[in-house]
Design a protein around this ligand. Sequence first.
Ligand code: SF4
Length: 367
Amino acid sequence: MADYNTLINQFHDIASNPAKQLRHYLDSGKKVAGVSPVYTPEEIVHSMGIVPMGIWGADVELSESKRYFPAFICSIMQSIIELGIKGTYSGLSFVMMPSLCDSMQVAAENWKWAVPSIPVIYADWPHNRSQAGHDYIVATHRRQIEKISEITGAEYSDAKLSDSIAVYKEHAEVMRAFSQKAGLCGMKAADRQAVFKSAWFMLKEEHTALVKELMETMNPSDENRINVLTTGILADQPDLLKAMDELGFNIVWDDVAHESRQYYVEYKGENPLDILANKFCGMKHCSLIYDYDKTRIGLVIDEAKLYGAKAIIYIQTKFCDPEEFDYVFLKREAEKAGLPIVMIEVDRQMTNYDQAKTALQTLKEML
Ligand code: SF4
């Protein structure tokens, strides 16, 4: 059996080389589709024999995409379009883009004109999640299936979708267990992130097997580090992760959309398309989903207490309105609960993390 270092290097290699992964799947004769954040119904893509690969943009300078967006749209969406225009995603059969925030909606529309060589399929979600919303999701999935067949010639069956749902269900369970174990074992923030990020570039059954193998090599640590909970949309900035490691922070749990937030909701129901609709209708706890009671706030506080976090690090993607709204509520409740909270603003174009490091240093001194 491979040791921890060998396995974690494998995760880092995959997380930092999506182009190599794309080439690997294309060379093995598979079709690959890009799935942009968040909650895109990857299970459908997977069930039709196509590899879903996450597209979350990258830390690149934005030039071409500026012709399509005003400056105040988040850099995740801007960099997806930038990379699309520059040919980074060439080889993808299509991309799927959801519609949960204003930035996503304009990105999907812009893609059609900016990257005409790769078709875009909308992954519409209703904010109204009543029975009508549920039925709308099922009808939308049927349209997506037709479109995927039209573009790739791939066939759909309920039986195959049920199999793929089983694959994704197991993956979610393993990732929840991994997140807990990573906290107990004092795993470095950069290593932990590589495990989550690589999931976006691998078939989930392959990722599940590799994570299970890694977990066998992880042991509880009694090192004296500072337990924290991270929350936000994306937390993959190498300099930020390095600063957290250098200052001795230990992520005991995260509520990050790119990491654990996608794994919260269970798959329930009989018919596979209903299961996917139930999954979305059952989601709360997310800034992107209409949730009158703002249940994310209570959940984050409860998680912080459950896993023994001494503070909350709010990783705010610049120009992400839904997250900016939630910060106000979370700060108030965290202060009531006696949990220090710090907001770190991040951006796909950021090169200097000195301010973030100072904020983390200050947090450490307060604890
Ligand atoms: S980071 Fe925020 S603004 Fe950008 S796509 Fe995600 S939810 Fe929308």
